[in-house]
Design a binder for this molecule. Structure first.
Ligand code: SIN
Length: 479
């Protein structure tokens, strides 16, 4: 009697999860997601960086990636990513993504902070992430090897011997279901939602990272969190992003007195690296001042180039074509995560990771703009293709469940978010990191969010000097 092939379980249905699932054909895949909220992929306003323009090269793209990452990157991984970027864009076009083109028919190339060339391709203007998600979702729906399941919060991993061999999911009614798997891929995104203000959706709370760490997976570079300088400063937790491309198109930053915010601070002014601008916006606001983005110099074509920004501002009663916009920094992207190689292997047999939750070293200490969707797609495809060839091992040995642990009650989340915002934000200092770590350590036998925050703060304390997005105000004081 032939035994049914166990599925590959992919946790997370953003771009990384879908690219992995599609590339794993013909192996059966169960693609699990936590329903209600959208993914960070769908909210991504930046595009995809790829050296497709005249005079550009993957080597130049790689150099910009290494400079942005403060050379903390894995240089071989960076070279690979930049080499496959043009083919990744071509593959996405084959999947149905319609990239923005100039009148001559060639890809329209934008430029963002840190790039020495125009090399960012967009789809639907500032709606690239949403366009990718739409196209890949359509492919997933057509793919007979992929079974999609929503309303599935994975709260435990099954281990047989030393190998991950399944997951336990919980639905909104708190009903549990166990799924045996050939292997498990974590593609759950970042940790932005653990902060008081973020560009990420509420589901980007590090649940997959917490689960992998609970199972003993090795972490890497947890201290590196990127803050975006320009989100719309309105009430709320998940704030609308005002893409950096607005500044690329002529928008400028001001303080509350109407003075240029970046004057004399950096040769690139308003287009200084993201972390430099974020710290400036943070500092002014910490001193009680206000910070503004003036996008009124951008003429015409708002509906085509910036439909997402326009709609978000109008929804808050603000018209970016006519008035200045209040801005705040937000937690945006986690460079650190579960340590993997380029094939997505974690330190635990049977457990893989892809996308923002993984740390394979491509981003170093600070991610270059528009390299995140690129990495999610390219690494997801590479991982899926490799998994399709992995022989399905008959899992043996004693089995045990590794639980993520209880969740913090909803009323406890705002305090943790404020704690991380204050101590683990764009500007950090030894005493505040220590105090925050002590708070989380005292509560770490409780909720998984506290244990994860403890791990993040520990990494931030250990790196006592500034590097990339990790800015230590005390520059080397003992932690
Ligand atoms: C942006 O559009 O400003 C963000 C793009 C990115 O995070 O790469």
């Amino acid at each position: 009697m032939t035994q049914a092939r166990l599925p590959i379980v992919v946790i997370g249905s953003g771009v990384a999860g879908m690219a992995t699932a599609l590339a794993a054909a013909p192996a059966p895949v169960r693609l699990l997601c936590r329903a209600s909220e959208g993914s960070a992929s769908a909210m991504a306003q930046g595009g995809i960086a790829a050296a497709v323009g005249e005079g550009d090269s993957p080597a130049a793209h790689a150099e910009d990636t290494l400079v942005a990452g403060a050379h903390h990157n894995d240089a071989a991984a960076v070279r690979w990513l930049c080499d496959v970027a043009p083919a990744t864009v071509a593959w996405l076009a084959e999947q149905g993504v319609v990239f923005d083109r100039a009148s001559g028919g060639h890809l329209q190339l934008g430029r963002e902070g840190g790039h020495g060339m125009h090399r960012i391709v967009h789809a639907g203007g500032d709606a690239t992430g949403a366009m990718l998600v739409q196209a890949l979702q359509a492919r997933v729906e057509q793919a007979s090897h992929v079974q999609w399941r929503g309303d599935a919060d994975v709260d435990a991993l099954l281990l047989r011997g030393d190998r991950v061999a399944g997951v336990r999911i919980r639905d909104a009614q708190r009903r549990h279901e166990e799924i045996e798997a050939a292997l498990v891929v974590v593609a759950t995104g970042g940790i932005g939602a653990l902060y008081a203000h973020t560009s990420n959706p509420p589901g980007a709370d590090g649940s997959g990272l917490a689960l992998a760490l609970a199972a003993g997976a090795e972490p890497r570079d947890l201290e590196f969190v990127q803050f975006h300088p320009t989100a719309l400063a309105v009430e709320g937790h998940s704030l609308p992003l005002l893409t950096e491309a607005l500044r690329g198109a002529g928008a400028h930053l001001y303080d509350g007195e109407g003075r240029p915010l970046m004057a004399d601070l950096h040769p690139l002014g308003d287009l200084a690296p993201r972390d430099v601008v974020a710290r400036r916006v943070w500092a002014v606001r910490q001193q009680g001042g206000s910070t503004w983005l003036d996008a009124t110099p951008i003429e015409g074509e708002w509906e085509r180039r910036f439909p997402t920004v326009l709609a978000a501002c109008l929804a808050h009663g603000l018209d970016p074509r006519r008035e200045r916009l209040p801005i705040s920094p937000v937690a945006h992207f986690h460079m650190g995560g579960v340590a993997t190689d380029l094939d997505g292997h974690t330190s635990i047999p049977g457990l893989y990771a892809a996308g923002e939750v993984a740390c394979n070293g491509v981003h170093g200490a600070n991610r270059l703009a528009s390299n995140s969707l690129l990495e999610a797609v390219a690494c997801g495809r590479r991982l899926g293709a490799a998994l399709a060839k992995v022989p399905v091992l008959q899992a043996g040995g004693t089995h045990r469940w590794i639980e993520r642990g209880a969740s913090l009650p909803a009323e406890g989340l705002p305090a943790l978010r404020e704690l991380l915002w204050r101590a683990a934000g764009p500007v950090r200092e030894a005493g505040e990191l220590r105090d925050a770590w002590q708070v989380c350590t005292a509560a770490a036998d409780g909720a998984w969010q506290m244990r994860l925050a403890q791990a993040l703060l520990r990494a931030m304390r250990l790196r006592s000097r500034s590097l990339g997005a990790h800015w230590r105000e005390d520059h080397g004081c003992p932690a």
